[in-house]
Design a protein around this ligand. Structure first.
Ligand code: PMP
Length: 360
């Protein structure tokens, strides 16, 4: 068996020891005689799996006691509607900061539910940088301020936390939650699909401050009402049980490696290998402002786009896949989440150097 280096933006590569453990436990979890997939979500075996995943998520992220961690379904695109339905009721208004494709999608979806103001946009700079907070026009009457902490397509990431005063800060952290330590207390709500750094798709993690519960618009479907989910320990409906189990294994693996501080060191080292090469290359380039470059998703282009196909084919021949950029942006993109080993990034850079010599 040979595993590829999978640079997919998500669903993404998972730690091999996690996959091995899941394979080992597939038919009979801990002597229960069942697969986790076959368990009742209300049975004691699954409740123990759920409780462990919850406890590890809280421990890794140092989640304060006045926040709930919900394990929901619907993905981050679902949350684009679920967030305003639950939070906008206070004043009917919300502020959105646009930094690329994902925050633009959040902004568009929210418009159904209230008055949505663009507090800042990076569009003038073609979304190659994050607008400085000094340029943001925040409305003190907004129910919340929404950001996307890492734009998976454009490759810009916040390396600072906005200060929104008493207005709750809401962040789509789909592509960087669990990649580094986080001060949860600076946010009112954080949401993320699991399929980048945490597990398979199907599980959406929502971390919400207690005082933001209980303001849902009457149209909110019950399964997407944070308060009802919080009261039911995320079991108002059947939660994505197998995805929660895998996320628990991933959290254990992260903890064993030294937690989120260790993930940050590992992710910075990997990103440096790739960006240092891109900055020196006369053949490949990345256009994002240095201080806003993502540690997770590194978009890059070949100066001669006619070589794109040859580049991708040569990479695939060497077992490096999913490097084609998003259809919106073209070019290439290497997604290098927690589970991508540094060997994968070094192999990619070695291939890029060789490609440059052969075609330069
Ligand atoms: N937001 C961000 C930042 C993402 O990267 C993605 C997925 N690539 C989404 C939202 C959408 O996630 P989903 O398709 O799971 O709803």
């Amino acid at each position: 068996m040979t595993r590829v280096f999978n640079f997919s933006p998500g669903p993404a590569t998972l730690p091999e020891p996690v996959l091995r453990k899941a394979a080992q436990e597939m038919l009979d979890w801990h002597g229960s005689g069942m697969s986790v997939m076959e368990m009742s979500h209300r049975g004691k075996q699954f409740i123990s799996i759920y409780d462990e995943a919850q406890a590890l998520a809280r421990e890794l992220l140092a989640v304060p006691a006045n926040y709930k961690v919900l394990f929901m379904q619907g993905g981050a695109i679902g949350e684009n509607a679920i967030v305003p339905m639950n939070l906008i009721g206070k004043t009917g208004k919300a502020d959105y900061v646009l930094t690329g494709d994902w925050s633009q999608r959040s902004f568009k979806e929210a418009q159904t539910f209230g008055t949505i103001n663009i507090a800042a946009t990076g569009e003038g700079d073609k979304f190659r940088s994050i607008p400085k907070q000094s340029t943001w026009k925040l409305d003190p009457q907004a129910s919340y301020v929404h950001i996307c902490s890492n734009e998976t397509i454009g490759g810009v990431e916040y390396h600072w936390t906005p200060d929104t005063g008493s207005v709750p800060l809401v962040a789509d952290m789909s592509s960087n939650l669990m990649s580094r330590p986080l001060d949860v207390s600076k946010y009112g709500l954080i949401y993320a699909g699991a399929q980048k750094n945490m597990g398979p798709s199907g599980l959406t993690i929502v971390i919400v401050r207690d005082d933001l519960l209980g303001h849902a618009l009457p149209i909110t479907p019950s399964a997407f009402n944070y308060q009802l989910q919080a009261e039911a320990d995320s079991m108002f409906n059947t939660p994505p049980t197998y995805a929660i189990y895998i996320a628990g294994l991933v959290f254990n693996h992260i903890k064993a490696q030294g937690g989120l501080a260790a993930m940050q060191v590992h992710n910075e080292a990997k990103a440096a290998v790739l960006y240092d090469f891109l900055d020196e290359s006369k053949f490949f380039y990345n256009s994002v402002a240095r201080e806003d470059r993502s540690l997770m998703n590194v978009p890059f282009k070949l100066k001669d786009e006619s070589l794109d196909e040859a580049f991708l084919q040569g990479a695939a021949d060497k077992g490096m896949i999913q490097l084609k950029g998003h259809r919106i942006s073209g070019g290439m993109r290497a997604s290098i989440y927690n589970a991508m080993p540094i060997e994968g990034v070094k192999a990619l850079v070695a291939y890029m150097k060789d490609f440059e010599v052969r075609h330069g």
